[in-house]
Write a protein that binds this ligand. Structure first.
Ligand code: OGA
Ligand code: NI
Length: 357
């Protein structure tokens, strides 16, 4: 990982570019025409919405089967869905949004204390990838490790503003881990496997969990830039808490992009590359991107639930048949995620490159 020691050039905070009041964006943020927001058709569809209420009661077997079917269909077809009645207190979700918004509104000196490096990505960051001269995305972020305990370090979490207590982020993490454990069971059942299958494949209690708080400042030329370039998530599953006011996430559907209309108090869940590999491509990790706008900033929380970092991840033997041989070679998540850490977001190029020859 020696190549990941430091950024290849000085870091510029997108928020300071936005706050400067300039009416044009620097060339470094101008995407080639084929990647711009208007380059592909937008489809007037929406990702499935699934009510998780029946997972809460133990006697609702019939209802559970309906949830399993809906989630399984969504993961095969879209790779994305929204969940309502997920069991996480909406007040905690709002508290997180307001507290973390407060962090990004601190004076720059207070945020710079937490500046990150590509070695672990932990802290306040403004780019993914270390390629010199790369075209950058219009967003800043804060990245933190939650599990395993050996990687979690409260010192690397912001101590300010006062409303952003570490307890708030801890409470939120605990609730989201519970939600992810439920979803992992549903995903396993939807593959026709025993409900603990995926959790075991992820290393049982030794899963990795991290979170990226994404902050997309106002952009004076939103048609030329992206808040986050097209990518699939490298990990297991992602639970996104989107902005309650401003939309921006788009999901690929064939050649078109589908804008996600966040439902109040819902989460957006998507399958990452590790689940695509484990399910031998029955479930799909689908490309998505973020568009920005000139009117309003946007905040989102991407909660990543990942396999234990040193386990080889490969298609489940139960899902490999003579008709459907293993599509991917084994790789540990530690090794896998070096790709996005070095290259930044690049569509689905990495999982494609894992294809068994
Ligand atoms: C991500 C991501 C979407 C968003 O952080 O991986 O896809 O809406 N975020 O910010
Ligand atoms: Ni993503």
């Amino acid at each position: 990982m020696d190549c990941l020691q430091d950024w290849p050039e000085p870091i510029v905070r997108v928020q300071s570019l936005s706050d400067s009041g300039a009416t044009t964006i620097p060339d470094r943020y101008i995407k080639p025409p084929s990647d711009r927001p208007s380059s592909a058709p937008s489809a007037n569809l929406s990702i499935p919405v699934i009510d998780l209420d029946s997972l809460a009661c133990t006697d609702g077997t019939a209802d559970r089967a309906a949830v399993v079917r809906a989630v399984s269909d969504a993961c095969r077809d879209w790779g994305f869905f929204q969940v309502v009645n997920h069991g996480v207190d909406p007040r905690l979700m709002r508290r997180m949004r307001e507290a973390w918004r407060g962090f990004f509104h601190l004076p720059m000196e207070a945020k710079q204390v937490y500046a990150n490096s590509p070695k672990t990505y932990e802290g306040y960051g403004s780019r993914l990838g270390i390629e010199k001269g790369a075209i950058l995305d219009w967003g800043d972020y804060y990245y933190l490790h939650i599990l395993p305990p050996s990687l979690k370090s409260h010192d690397k979490w912001p101590a300010l503003p006062p409303s952003l207590s570490r307890e708030t982020t801890d409470d939120y993490s605990r609730e989201l881990i519970k939600l992810c454990e439920k979803v992992m069971k549903v995903l396993s059942s939807g593959l026709g496997l025993e409900e603990n299958f995926l959790q075991k494949a992820f290393g049982g209690d030794d899963v990795g969990v991290c979170m990226r708080v994404n902050f997309y400042p106002k952009c004076p030329q939103p048609d030329l830039a992206l808040g986050l370039s097209s990518h699939s998530d490298p990990g297991g599953i992602t639970v996104l808490l989107a902005d309650d006011r401003v939309k921006g996430l788009q999901v690929r559907r064939g050649d078109a992009w589908v804008a996600v209309q966040p439902i109040p108090d819902a989460f957006i869940i998507n399958v990452g590359d590790q689940i695509q590999v484990l399910s031998n491509a029955t479930y799909r990790s689908v490309e998505h991107r973020v568009v920005v706008n000139s009117e309003a900033e946007r905040i989102s929380f991407a909660f990543f639930y990942n396999p234990k970092s040193d386990l080889p991840i490969e298609p489940a033997p139960e899902l490999v048949t003579p008709d459907r041989p293993a599509l991917y070679q084994p790789m540990s998540f530690n090794e896998y995620r070096l790709y996005i850490r070095k290259n930044g977001p690049r569509g689905k190029s990495q999982v494609e490159s894992l294809k068994a020859v």
